[in-house]
Design a protein around this ligand. Structure first.
Ligand SMILES: Cc1cc2nc3c(=O)[nH]c(=O)nc-3n(C[C@H](O)[C@H](O)[C@H](O)COP(=O)(O)O)c2cc1C
Length: 428
Protein backbone atom coordinates (compact mmCIF):
# COMPACT_ATOMS: atom_id res chain seq x y z
CA UNK A 1 0.00 0.00 0.00
CA UNK A 2 1.03 3.63 -0.07
CA UNK A 3 1.07 4.23 3.70
CA UNK A 4 4.12 3.62 5.91
CA UNK A 5 4.34 3.79 9.69
CA UNK A 6 2.19 3.08 12.75
CA UNK A 7 2.03 6.30 14.79
CA UNK A 8 3.93 8.55 12.37
CA UNK A 9 1.92 7.59 9.29
CA UNK A 10 3.04 8.76 5.88
CA UNK A 11 0.92 8.30 2.77
CA UNK A 12 2.57 9.24 -0.52
CA UNK A 13 0.66 10.04 -3.69
CA UNK A 14 1.41 10.78 -7.32
CA UNK A 15 2.80 9.32 -10.52
CA UNK A 16 5.67 10.28 -12.76
CA UNK A 17 3.61 12.44 -15.11
CA UNK A 18 0.51 13.50 -13.15
CA UNK A 19 -0.18 17.01 -11.83
CA UNK A 20 1.61 16.66 -8.52
CA UNK A 21 3.31 14.30 -6.09
CA UNK A 22 3.64 14.49 -2.33
CA UNK A 23 2.64 13.10 1.02
CA UNK A 24 0.23 13.41 3.90
CA UNK A 25 1.70 12.87 7.36
CA UNK A 26 -0.63 11.90 10.18
CA UNK A 27 0.77 11.76 13.71
CA UNK A 28 3.42 14.46 13.65
CA UNK A 29 3.77 15.85 17.20
CA UNK A 30 2.44 19.39 17.70
CA UNK A 31 4.83 22.21 18.52
CA UNK A 32 7.60 21.32 16.05
CA UNK A 33 9.09 24.44 14.42
CA UNK A 34 8.88 23.87 10.67
CA UNK A 35 9.39 25.94 7.51
CA UNK A 36 9.42 24.86 3.87
CA UNK A 37 13.20 25.15 3.71
CA UNK A 38 13.54 22.33 6.27
CA UNK A 39 11.97 20.07 3.66
CA UNK A 40 13.34 21.76 0.54
CA UNK A 41 16.98 21.11 1.40
CA UNK A 42 16.53 17.36 1.16
CA UNK A 43 14.23 17.55 -1.87
CA UNK A 44 16.86 19.56 -3.74
CA UNK A 45 19.44 16.86 -2.99
CA UNK A 46 17.08 14.31 -4.58
CA UNK A 47 15.95 16.28 -7.63
CA UNK A 48 17.04 15.36 -11.16
CA UNK A 49 19.57 17.46 -13.05
CA UNK A 50 22.05 18.03 -10.22
CA UNK A 51 25.09 17.03 -12.27
CA UNK A 52 26.07 15.16 -15.43
CA UNK A 53 26.17 11.98 -13.30
CA UNK A 54 22.55 12.04 -12.25
CA UNK A 55 20.84 14.01 -14.96
CA UNK A 56 18.27 12.10 -16.87
CA UNK A 57 18.82 13.17 -20.45
CA UNK A 58 15.84 13.45 -22.72
CA UNK A 59 16.58 12.32 -26.25
CA UNK A 60 13.78 13.18 -28.65
CA UNK A 61 13.17 11.86 -32.13
CA UNK A 62 15.14 14.80 -33.50
CA UNK A 63 18.12 13.91 -31.28
CA UNK A 64 17.76 17.04 -29.17
CA UNK A 65 18.99 16.43 -25.63
CA UNK A 66 17.25 18.11 -22.78
CA UNK A 67 17.19 17.74 -19.00
CA UNK A 68 14.06 17.02 -17.05
CA UNK A 69 13.79 20.42 -15.46
CA UNK A 70 12.04 19.85 -12.16
CA UNK A 71 12.68 22.30 -9.35
CA UNK A 72 10.72 20.13 -6.92
CA UNK A 73 9.59 23.11 -4.85
CA UNK A 74 7.51 21.95 -1.90
CA UNK A 75 4.30 23.61 -0.76
CA UNK A 76 3.23 23.03 2.84
CA UNK A 77 -0.53 22.64 2.49
CA UNK A 78 -1.79 22.05 6.02
CA UNK A 79 -1.01 21.19 9.62
CA UNK A 80 1.32 24.16 10.19
CA UNK A 81 0.65 27.74 11.33
CA UNK A 82 3.18 30.45 12.15
CA UNK A 83 5.90 27.89 11.34
CA UNK A 84 4.75 25.51 14.09
CA UNK A 85 3.13 22.10 13.55
CA UNK A 86 -0.41 21.83 14.88
CA UNK A 87 -0.49 18.05 15.39
CA UNK A 88 -3.00 17.76 12.56
CA UNK A 89 -2.30 16.10 9.17
CA UNK A 90 0.50 17.80 7.25
CA UNK A 91 0.01 17.99 3.48
CA UNK A 92 3.16 18.26 1.35
CA UNK A 93 2.78 18.98 -2.36
CA UNK A 94 5.25 19.23 -5.24
CA UNK A 95 3.97 20.05 -8.72
CA UNK A 96 5.23 17.99 -11.67
CA UNK A 97 6.23 20.95 -13.85
CA UNK A 98 8.03 19.13 -16.64
CA UNK A 99 5.74 16.15 -17.07
CA UNK A 100 5.57 14.77 -20.59
CA UNK A 101 2.95 12.07 -20.90
CA UNK A 102 3.66 9.79 -23.88
CA UNK A 103 7.34 10.69 -23.77
CA UNK A 104 8.29 7.05 -24.05
CA UNK A 105 6.44 5.99 -27.18
CA UNK A 106 8.29 2.67 -27.63
CA UNK A 107 7.20 1.63 -24.19
CA UNK A 108 3.58 1.83 -25.31
CA UNK A 109 4.46 -1.34 -27.19
CA UNK A 110 7.21 -2.83 -25.03
CA UNK A 111 7.33 -3.41 -21.29
CA UNK A 112 10.82 -2.28 -20.28
CA UNK A 113 12.97 -5.24 -19.19
CA UNK A 114 13.44 -5.24 -15.39
CA UNK A 115 11.19 -2.20 -14.95
CA UNK A 116 7.70 -2.34 -13.45
CA UNK A 117 5.60 -1.85 -16.62
CA UNK A 118 4.63 -5.50 -17.11
CA UNK A 119 3.97 -6.34 -13.46
CA UNK A 120 1.85 -3.20 -12.89
CA UNK A 121 -0.28 -4.05 -15.92
CA UNK A 122 -0.63 -7.68 -14.83
CA UNK A 123 -1.66 -6.58 -11.34
CA UNK A 124 -4.02 -3.68 -12.05
CA UNK A 125 -5.14 -4.38 -15.61
CA UNK A 126 -4.48 -0.69 -16.40
CA UNK A 127 -1.33 1.38 -16.11
CA UNK A 128 -0.17 4.99 -16.24
CA UNK A 129 0.45 6.10 -19.81
CA UNK A 130 4.15 6.80 -19.44
CA UNK A 131 7.25 7.18 -17.29
CA UNK A 132 6.66 4.25 -14.97
CA UNK A 133 3.68 5.90 -13.24
CA UNK A 134 3.72 5.08 -9.54
CA UNK A 135 6.91 3.00 -9.83
CA UNK A 136 8.82 6.10 -10.90
CA UNK A 137 11.36 7.59 -8.52
CA UNK A 138 9.16 10.71 -8.44
CA UNK A 139 7.03 8.87 -5.88
CA UNK A 140 9.99 9.15 -3.50
CA UNK A 141 9.51 12.94 -3.31
CA UNK A 142 6.74 12.36 -0.75
CA UNK A 143 9.02 10.12 1.30
CA UNK A 144 11.89 12.61 1.25
CA UNK A 145 9.59 15.48 2.26
CA UNK A 146 8.07 13.49 5.13
CA UNK A 147 11.47 12.16 6.17
CA UNK A 148 12.82 15.70 6.49
CA UNK A 149 10.10 16.50 9.02
CA UNK A 150 10.76 13.32 11.01
CA UNK A 151 14.45 14.12 10.91
CA UNK A 152 13.90 17.61 12.29
CA UNK A 153 11.93 16.23 15.23
CA UNK A 154 14.58 13.58 15.93
CA UNK A 155 17.34 16.17 15.83
CA UNK A 156 15.57 18.59 18.16
CA UNK A 157 14.21 16.02 20.61
CA UNK A 158 17.12 13.56 20.74
CA UNK A 159 20.06 15.01 18.81
CA UNK A 160 19.78 12.09 16.36
CA UNK A 161 21.75 12.46 13.10
CA UNK A 162 21.17 10.50 9.91
CA UNK A 163 23.89 10.53 7.22
CA UNK A 164 24.01 8.33 4.12
CA UNK A 165 26.73 8.15 1.48
CA UNK A 166 27.60 6.25 -1.67
CA UNK A 167 29.88 3.34 -0.76
CA UNK A 168 30.20 1.68 -4.16
CA UNK A 169 29.42 2.09 -7.85
CA UNK A 170 29.79 -1.02 -9.97
CA UNK A 171 33.03 -2.66 -8.81
CA UNK A 172 34.44 0.58 -7.42
CA UNK A 173 34.18 0.37 -3.61
CA UNK A 174 35.28 2.58 -0.77
CA UNK A 175 38.57 0.78 -0.03
CA UNK A 176 37.92 0.82 3.70
CA UNK A 177 34.75 -1.21 3.25
CA UNK A 178 36.12 -3.96 1.12
CA UNK A 179 39.59 -4.21 2.63
CA UNK A 180 42.56 -5.68 0.81
CA UNK A 181 41.57 -8.44 -1.59
CA UNK A 182 42.60 -11.93 -0.51
CA UNK A 183 44.53 -13.61 -3.30
CA UNK A 184 43.93 -17.07 -1.88
CA UNK A 185 40.97 -17.83 0.38
CA UNK A 186 42.49 -18.65 3.76
CA UNK A 187 40.38 -20.60 6.22
CA UNK A 188 42.91 -19.87 8.99
CA UNK A 189 42.55 -16.10 8.69
CA UNK A 190 40.02 -14.64 11.17
CA UNK A 191 41.06 -11.02 10.72
CA UNK A 192 38.25 -8.71 11.73
CA UNK A 193 39.66 -5.72 9.86
CA UNK A 194 38.95 -7.42 6.54
CA UNK A 195 35.27 -7.20 7.36
CA UNK A 196 35.02 -3.63 8.62
CA UNK A 197 38.23 -1.65 8.81
CA UNK A 198 39.01 0.89 11.57
CA UNK A 199 38.92 3.58 8.84
CA UNK A 200 35.36 2.61 8.01
CA UNK A 201 34.31 2.66 11.67
CA UNK A 202 35.90 6.12 12.01
CA UNK A 203 34.07 7.27 8.89
CA UNK A 204 30.77 6.20 10.43
CA UNK A 205 31.49 8.30 13.52
CA UNK A 206 32.50 11.44 11.66
CA UNK A 207 30.93 11.60 8.19
CA UNK A 208 28.77 14.67 7.59
CA UNK A 209 26.33 15.64 4.86
CA UNK A 210 28.60 18.53 3.90
CA UNK A 211 31.43 16.05 3.28
CA UNK A 212 29.10 13.72 1.37
CA UNK A 213 27.88 16.57 -0.82
CA UNK A 214 31.38 17.85 -1.55
CA UNK A 215 31.50 15.49 -4.58
CA UNK A 216 28.68 14.89 -7.11
CA UNK A 217 28.89 11.12 -6.56
CA UNK A 218 28.12 11.64 -2.84
CA UNK A 219 31.05 9.39 -1.95
CA UNK A 220 33.02 11.00 0.93
CA UNK A 221 36.38 9.56 -0.24
CA UNK A 222 37.72 11.77 -3.03
CA UNK A 223 39.93 9.25 -4.81
CA UNK A 224 37.17 6.62 -4.86
CA UNK A 225 34.65 9.29 -5.89
CA UNK A 226 36.74 10.11 -8.97
CA UNK A 227 36.83 6.41 -9.96
CA UNK A 228 33.08 6.25 -9.47
CA UNK A 229 32.60 9.27 -11.72
CA UNK A 230 34.51 7.55 -14.50
CA UNK A 231 32.48 4.38 -14.06
CA UNK A 232 29.15 6.23 -14.23
CA UNK A 233 30.22 8.25 -17.28
CA UNK A 234 31.39 5.05 -19.01
CA UNK A 235 27.92 3.60 -18.52
CA UNK A 236 26.28 6.80 -19.71
CA UNK A 237 28.47 7.04 -22.83
CA UNK A 238 27.58 3.46 -23.71
CA UNK A 239 23.83 4.22 -23.35
CA UNK A 240 23.97 1.81 -20.42
CA UNK A 241 23.56 2.00 -16.64
CA UNK A 242 25.32 0.81 -13.49
CA UNK A 243 24.34 0.00 -9.89
CA UNK A 244 25.86 0.75 -6.51
CA UNK A 245 25.46 0.69 -2.76
CA UNK A 246 24.62 3.30 -0.13
CA UNK A 247 25.74 3.08 3.49
CA UNK A 248 23.73 4.92 6.13
CA UNK A 249 24.60 5.70 9.74
CA UNK A 250 22.14 6.87 12.41
CA UNK A 251 23.92 8.44 15.38
CA UNK A 252 22.47 9.29 18.79
CA UNK A 253 19.65 6.73 18.82
CA UNK A 254 18.61 5.93 22.41
CA UNK A 255 18.43 2.29 23.52
CA UNK A 256 15.02 0.65 23.48
CA UNK A 257 13.66 1.31 19.99
CA UNK A 258 12.19 -1.57 17.98
CA UNK A 259 9.19 -3.87 18.52
CA UNK A 260 10.10 -7.57 18.73
CA UNK A 261 9.37 -9.95 17.31
CA UNK A 262 7.97 -9.15 13.87
CA UNK A 263 8.71 -5.43 13.96
CA UNK A 264 12.35 -5.66 15.00
CA UNK A 265 14.20 -2.46 14.27
CA UNK A 266 16.40 -4.01 11.59
CA UNK A 267 13.32 -5.62 10.03
CA UNK A 268 11.64 -2.20 9.89
CA UNK A 269 14.75 -0.67 8.35
CA UNK A 270 14.99 -3.48 5.80
CA UNK A 271 11.31 -3.05 4.94
CA UNK A 272 11.78 0.70 4.53
CA UNK A 273 14.92 0.39 2.42
CA UNK A 274 13.65 -2.40 0.18
CA UNK A 275 10.55 -0.31 -0.57
CA UNK A 276 12.78 2.23 -2.37
CA UNK A 277 12.70 1.68 -6.15
CA UNK A 278 15.66 -0.24 -7.61
CA UNK A 279 16.84 -1.74 -4.29
CA UNK A 280 18.10 -5.31 -4.32
CA UNK A 281 19.81 -5.89 -0.98
CA UNK A 282 20.09 -4.83 2.67
CA UNK A 283 22.65 -5.64 5.35
CA UNK A 284 22.87 -4.43 8.93
CA UNK A 285 26.13 -3.99 10.85
CA UNK A 286 28.84 -6.39 9.75
CA UNK A 287 26.26 -7.99 7.46
CA UNK A 288 27.15 -10.82 5.15
CA UNK A 289 30.88 -10.38 5.67
CA UNK A 290 30.42 -10.74 9.43
CA UNK A 291 29.71 -14.42 8.84
CA UNK A 292 33.42 -14.86 8.09
CA UNK A 293 34.44 -13.92 11.65
CA UNK A 294 34.20 -16.26 14.67
CA UNK A 295 32.00 -15.24 17.58
CA UNK A 296 35.00 -14.67 19.83
CA UNK A 297 35.98 -11.72 17.64
CA UNK A 298 32.55 -10.71 16.42
CA UNK A 299 30.86 -10.37 19.86
CA UNK A 300 30.37 -6.79 21.10
CA UNK A 301 31.53 -6.83 24.74
CA UNK A 302 29.87 -4.41 27.16
CA UNK A 303 31.65 -1.58 28.97
CA UNK A 304 30.80 1.64 30.81
CA UNK A 305 31.69 4.63 28.65
CA UNK A 306 33.46 7.81 29.83
CA UNK A 307 30.09 9.58 30.20
CA UNK A 308 28.85 6.81 32.53
CA UNK A 309 26.49 5.20 30.04
CA UNK A 310 26.57 1.50 29.28
CA UNK A 311 27.74 0.65 25.78
CA UNK A 312 29.70 -1.83 23.72
CA UNK A 313 33.41 -1.76 22.93
CA UNK A 314 32.85 -2.72 19.31
CA UNK A 315 29.75 -2.44 17.14
CA UNK A 316 29.59 -5.33 14.69
CA UNK A 317 25.89 -5.61 15.61
CA UNK A 318 25.19 -2.30 13.88
CA UNK A 319 23.52 -0.78 16.94
CA UNK A 320 20.68 -3.33 17.15
CA UNK A 321 20.44 -6.50 19.26
CA UNK A 322 17.30 -8.59 19.59
CA UNK A 323 15.60 -6.17 17.25
CA UNK A 324 16.08 -3.32 19.77
CA UNK A 325 18.47 -0.37 19.51
CA UNK A 326 21.34 -0.59 22.02
CA UNK A 327 22.46 3.06 21.91
CA UNK A 328 25.38 2.48 19.52
CA UNK A 329 25.44 3.90 16.00
CA UNK A 330 23.04 2.09 13.71
CA UNK A 331 24.56 1.46 10.31
CA UNK A 332 23.43 -0.51 7.29
CA UNK A 333 24.04 -0.84 3.57
CA UNK A 334 21.56 -0.90 0.71
CA UNK A 335 22.18 -2.28 -2.79
CA UNK A 336 20.69 -0.50 -5.83
CA UNK A 337 20.57 -2.25 -9.18
CA UNK A 338 21.61 -0.73 -12.51
CA UNK A 339 18.58 1.30 -13.69
CA UNK A 340 16.41 -0.68 -16.07
CA UNK A 341 15.78 1.97 -18.73
CA UNK A 342 18.71 2.17 -21.13
CA UNK A 343 18.74 3.58 -24.64
CA UNK A 344 20.87 0.68 -25.87
CA UNK A 345 18.94 -1.70 -28.11
CA UNK A 346 17.59 -4.72 -26.19
CA UNK A 347 16.11 -7.87 -27.68
CA UNK A 348 12.86 -8.44 -25.84
CA UNK A 349 9.13 -8.86 -26.49
CA UNK A 350 6.16 -6.54 -26.84
CA UNK A 351 3.14 -6.65 -24.51
CA UNK A 352 1.40 -8.83 -27.10
CA UNK A 353 4.30 -11.30 -27.19
CA UNK A 354 5.81 -10.19 -30.51
CA UNK A 355 9.61 -10.41 -30.29
CA UNK A 356 11.43 -7.17 -31.13
CA UNK A 357 14.07 -4.62 -30.25
CA UNK A 358 13.52 -1.88 -27.69
CA UNK A 359 15.70 1.23 -27.67
CA UNK A 360 14.07 3.15 -24.86
CA UNK A 361 13.91 6.90 -25.21
CA UNK A 362 13.21 9.39 -22.45
CA UNK A 363 15.13 10.78 -19.49
CA UNK A 364 17.01 8.28 -17.38
CA UNK A 365 19.62 8.08 -14.66
CA UNK A 366 22.78 6.17 -15.61
CA UNK A 367 23.21 5.39 -11.90
CA UNK A 368 20.69 6.11 -9.15
CA UNK A 369 22.84 6.04 -6.01
CA UNK A 370 23.90 9.74 -5.86
CA UNK A 371 20.24 10.79 -5.96
CA UNK A 372 19.08 7.96 -3.68
CA UNK A 373 21.19 9.16 -0.71
CA UNK A 374 18.48 11.54 0.65
CA UNK A 375 15.83 8.86 0.02
CA UNK A 376 17.71 6.39 2.24
CA UNK A 377 18.09 9.10 4.90
CA UNK A 378 14.37 9.86 4.69
CA UNK A 379 13.26 6.26 5.08
CA UNK A 380 15.67 5.79 8.00
CA UNK A 381 14.22 8.89 9.70
CA UNK A 382 10.66 7.67 9.17
CA UNK A 383 11.47 4.32 10.80
CA UNK A 384 13.23 5.85 13.81
CA UNK A 385 10.52 8.50 14.24
CA UNK A 386 7.78 5.89 14.30
CA UNK A 387 9.67 3.73 16.78
CA UNK A 388 10.35 6.72 19.05
CA UNK A 389 6.62 7.51 19.21
CA UNK A 390 5.76 3.86 19.87
CA UNK A 391 8.34 3.50 22.66
CA UNK A 392 7.30 6.80 24.23
CA UNK A 393 3.67 5.63 24.26
CA UNK A 394 4.70 2.43 26.09
CA UNK A 395 6.91 4.27 28.57
CA UNK A 396 4.28 6.89 29.30
CA UNK A 397 1.64 4.22 29.91
CA UNK A 398 3.98 2.29 32.22
CA UNK A 399 4.99 5.40 34.15
CA UNK A 400 1.39 5.95 35.27
CA UNK A 401 1.45 2.68 37.26
CA UNK A 402 2.68 2.37 40.89
CA UNK A 403 6.38 1.42 41.24
CA UNK A 404 7.12 -2.32 41.04
CA UNK A 405 8.07 -3.72 44.48
CA UNK A 406 7.19 -7.39 44.20
CA UNK A 407 9.66 -8.70 41.62
CA UNK A 408 13.13 -10.10 42.32
CA UNK A 409 15.77 -7.40 41.70
CA UNK A 410 17.31 -9.41 38.85
CA UNK A 411 14.12 -8.85 36.87
CA UNK A 412 14.27 -5.06 37.04
CA UNK A 413 16.64 -2.67 35.35
CA UNK A 414 19.27 -1.55 37.90
CA UNK A 415 19.04 2.18 38.63
CA UNK A 416 22.80 2.62 39.08
CA UNK A 417 23.80 3.42 35.51
CA UNK A 418 23.32 6.82 34.05
CA UNK A 419 20.84 5.92 31.38
CA UNK A 420 20.18 7.94 28.26
CA UNK A 421 17.19 5.81 27.34
CA UNK A 422 14.00 7.03 25.84
CA UNK A 423 12.30 7.61 29.17
CA UNK A 424 14.91 10.24 30.10
CA UNK A 425 13.95 12.30 27.10
CA UNK A 426 10.94 14.57 27.09
CA UNK A 427 7.83 12.76 25.99
CA UNK A 428 5.54 14.72 23.77
C1 LIG B 1 16.57 8.13 -7.44
C2 LIG B 1 16.10 7.07 -8.39
C3 LIG B 1 16.12 7.33 -9.74
C4 LIG B 1 15.72 6.36 -10.66
N1 LIG B 1 15.79 6.64 -12.00
C5 LIG B 1 15.48 5.66 -12.88
C6 LIG B 1 15.61 5.88 -14.28
O1 LIG B 1 16.02 6.95 -14.72
N2 LIG B 1 15.29 4.86 -15.12
C7 LIG B 1 14.85 3.64 -14.66
O2 LIG B 1 14.60 2.75 -15.45
N3 LIG B 1 14.72 3.41 -13.35
C8 LIG B 1 15.02 4.38 -12.46
N4 LIG B 1 14.87 4.14 -11.12
C9 LIG B 1 14.40 2.83 -10.67
C10 LIG B 1 12.96 2.54 -10.99
O3 LIG B 1 12.10 3.44 -10.36
C11 LIG B 1 12.70 1.08 -10.57
O4 LIG B 1 13.79 0.30 -10.90
C12 LIG B 1 11.54 0.49 -11.25
O5 LIG B 1 10.37 1.07 -10.72
C13 LIG B 1 11.42 -1.01 -11.05
O6 LIG B 1 11.27 -1.31 -9.71
P1 LIG B 1 12.29 -2.27 -8.95
O7 LIG B 1 13.63 -2.03 -9.53
O8 LIG B 1 12.22 -1.80 -7.55
O9 LIG B 1 11.82 -3.66 -9.18
C14 LIG B 1 15.26 5.10 -10.19
C15 LIG B 1 15.24 4.84 -8.82
C16 LIG B 1 15.66 5.81 -7.91
C17 LIG B 1 15.65 5.49 -6.45
Amino acid sequence: MSTFGTLFRVTTFGESHCASVGAIIDGCPPGLPLVAQDVQTQLSRRRPGQSNLTTPVRVTGTAVSQRRDEKDLVQLQSGIEHDITLGTPIGLLVRNEDQRPHDYSETDLYPRPSHADWTYLEKYGVKASSGGGRSSARETIGRVAAGAIAEKYLKLAYGIEVVAFVSSVGKVHLPSIVGPPSQVPNDDDDTVEDVLSPEFVALLHTVTRAKVDSHPTRCPHLETAEHMTKRILRAKDASDSIGGTITCVIRGVPPGLGEPVFDKLEAKLAHAMLSIPATKGFEIGSGFRGTQVPGSKHNDAFAVKPDGTMGTKTNWSGGIQGGISNGEDIYFRVAFKSPATISQAQETAQYNGTPGTLSARGRHDPCVVPRAVPIVEAMASLVIMDQVLIQNARKTAASLLPPITTLPPTMIKPPTHHDHAVEDKPTV
